[in-house]
Ligand binder design. Sequence first.
Ligand SMILES: [Zn+2]
Length: 218
Amino acid sequence: MFVGHYAPALALKAIRKSPSLAAGFLAVQLIDIGFFSLSYFGIEKWRPNPVLPGFNPVDLYFMPYTHSFIGATAWAAAAGVATALLTPKGRKQTGGLIIGVLVLSHWFLDLIVHRHDLAIFSDAEQKLGYGLWDQPLLVMPLELGLLLAGFSVYLAVTRARGAVGGIAPWIVLTALFVVQGINWFAPHATDPTTFSAMGLAAYFSMAGLAFWLDRTRT
Ligand SMILES: [Zn+2]
């Protein structure tokens, strides 16, 4: 899953004293940011597998530190505590809790689309994943529907600051559609450097757009 992960970050802006949208965008992709960083160094492992049907023709065969349930929970707890420590008084608990929930939401949304590559604890056991990547006609409406649902909540709970605030959401939505289209339809990187660089560039540029969007709306 890619842009569907942003739905909870957009929707949770409905809660007062929630963290910035950019922090939310980084939180929902934090365990992928971890995966793309660790796999660059060969600590977590993947390999291209062009015979796989549907989207994302890669075997994600070793990612216990980021994409096991226990691993993802540890990342969520660490991010939540770090957020609480860095957040001003009066917003610590809400901020830490929301960031923790957003980080962990990634694992549950991945569970729908991944192909039996998500462990609960360790790589030795049966891995989980409902494999919706194999079925583009199901995963496309699911992913875009999730994004649009989150986006609708965000639009409903925020107001434009001037003219730019009126068009900024549509610019960001278009950018999200474009990167999702690239993810689905462009040829996949087969070397670790390009694979990790593209993943990290996508996540940080989307967080940059979220930072800008937040400043145009109140
Ligand atoms: Zn993931």
